[in-house]
Structures are given as C-alpha cells and as structure tokens.
Design a binder for this molecule. Sequence first.
Ligand code: PLP
Length: 381
Amino acid sequence: MTTPVRIPFNRATLVGKEMAYLTQAVEHGQLAGNGPWTNAAEQLLQKALSMNPTLLTTSCTSALEVIALSLGLTSGDEVIVPSFTYVSSAAAFSAHGARPIFVDIRPDTLNIDEQMISAAISQRTKAICVTHYGGVACNMDVIGPLAAEHGIVVVEDNAHGLFGSYRGVPLGSIGDFAALSFHATKNFTSGQGGALVVNRPASLENIRMIRDNGTNRSAFERGEVSAYTWKTQGINAVPSELIAAVVLAQLEQRIKIQERRSQLWNRYESQLAQWANEHGVEMPTVPPECESSHHIFHLILSDQWCRERFITHLFNRGITAVSHYEPLHNSPMGSRFGAKNGQCPVAENRARRLVRLPLFYDLSDDEQAVVVDAVISFNSF
Ligand SMILES: *Cc1c(COP(=O)(O)O)cnc(C)c1O
C-alpha cells in the first residue's frame, strides 16, 4: 500500500493580505496595540455583527476573563456552563472567584440543555456562559428570558460561531457579552487572538479598563484625561498590532472562507448520509432557526471502541480525525468544585462517541474525496 500524503485535522492558512498588512504594521512603528490595525479589525467586526462595541483581545479566554472581572464576582458566586465545552468557558470564571455549575447537553446539537438550566440556578448564580457547539446556536429563545427573569448575565462563548446566526441574528450579538477566538484551530486565525463583544453598552468603559490592566488608559489616549491611573481590577488582554493586522486580513476574506467551509460541510453531510443511516451513525443536527458557521463536522459512532477503531481506520489511510472535549464535570478541577461523575450523562456519552473530520479552508476537493472514501469504507461497527 502506498502511503498517501497525510490529511491533517486542521491547517491554518494565509487567505489574503496577511503578509502585506504585517509589513505595513511593522513599518508604521506602533506595535503595542490599540492602534490603526486594531481599530480597523474592531470596526469590521462591529459592522459585521451587531454594531455593538467590539474589542480585540489576546484570546477568547482573556475576553472571558475580562467579562468575569466585570461581573465583580465574590466567593461563592456561581456561573452555569455546559459540561461539554472548552476548559476556558469555566476556567475564566473560576480563576476570578466563581464556582462553575455544570449542566448537561442536548443529545442532538450537543449544546447546553436549556431545559436543565432552571434546576441549576441558585441565589448565587451570576452568569450563564453558553457555547454554540460547532457554530450551531443554543436555544436562545429559552435561555435569554430565563436569565432575564433571574437577573443573570448571558455570556456567549462564541469561539466556534462567528458569522453563524440564530433566527437571522448574528451569534455573538445575542447575550450581554460574547467572546470570540482567533486561535489557530478556529475559522479565522492570528495564531492566538480573540475579541470581546459588548452588547450592554453601559459596561463599555469598565470593560475597556479591565482589558487595560484596570486603568483608564483608553480615556487618556482619547485625550479625555491628562494621565491615566489604576482604577479597577484588571488584566492585560490588549493584543499587539501585529495580531490585529493578521486578524483584519483574515476577516476581510470572511465570505470566501465561510463559503468554502459551508461547501465542504454540506458535501460531508450529503455524501455520508446514506452510509451513516445504514450504520446508525449520527451526523450533526442543525435546527431550522440556526445558520451554522460550519466550524465542526462530527460523527457520533455507537460507542467508544467503535470510535477508536474508526479513528485508527482513518489514520491508516493518512487522515487525522480527532475526538473532542473531555466533560468538564469529570475533570480534576470539576470534582474540586463538587461535580460528580455521572452528573452529565449525555456529555459523558457523546464525548466517548464523537469524532471530528478534517474541515478547514484549504482542504482540497481531492483531499475531501479521500476522506469521504475512507469513511465509507469503514465497516467495523
Ligand atoms: C478555542 C476555544 C476557546 C479558547 O479560545 P482561545 O482563543 O484559545 O483562548 C474557548 N472556548 C471554546 C468553546 C473554544 O473552542
């Protein structure tokens, strides 16, 4: 058997003017952040999303940390998160004093089960941080009003869902705040990077200060004060202009990138449907009110052993397919916060059975055909 060229799970690529913008940013000489490249990227995001203020950050995690600090959490305060999400959806809040309360996911979309949120709300609940898994929205029709009724802040961890929508409304513009990621694994990337969308305008100046070490430096830069000083708790989450230049170049190509991802995603769905149906393999669910950002194409196999055989089968054919999150309630940190094994059975079950197929902007048609053939040739159920 000839070894084919390996097809990675993900490959971050240049898509437009990244190198030209980087050169210009260096030549401009102001590298530290909050300069023209940052402004341009922020303006683009603002126009593309909700017109609400959007600030670049060093990562999605740091955006979530800034949000956490803005909540003024005190010991014993609680933040509700799905168990099936990335560590930082919980860790960003726990690092600033909150106890994460883990809620199970829906078996179809793998998003937080909105019907189970009520039972997790207590007097101490300050926020719900939801993740739109794979870029398919959570049930915001239920989550928004429920949070409003209890005076709880809604944070969208929108690391997956940039340019996806819910009932036509862009993801990231629905909650009080949203965090975006430009990590190398995401649809748009600067290696590391992120953004914070402020949909509650009254919080903007406070959020700016928290992102800038708790100082009013941005008011100083606007010429509103003659010196800046330490005003509140904060972290340094301002990215450099070099990061912003790359983010801008990537975002300018958003139509091209999202169209290609959508094409690849739809092709997986149509070409694998019959095989999946015949073998009881589940494919992603996208409710009609959701427009996906096509961040992930996953399959759910019958059990963990079948999933491992499937990953090996693809690996032997030169393809890297990968599992995803270990449920947070089962992690060592989860148990430190009192979470119990078995508490989120759907998350545990899906985490064992889920596998993600290669999906990235420059995955070629030929490469995808190799993946599809390899998947369809798997019959060790
Ligand atoms: C990638 C990811 C993050 C973290 O993003 P960074 O930019 O690496 O901090 C947070 N939440 C989710 C759901 C993610 O997928």
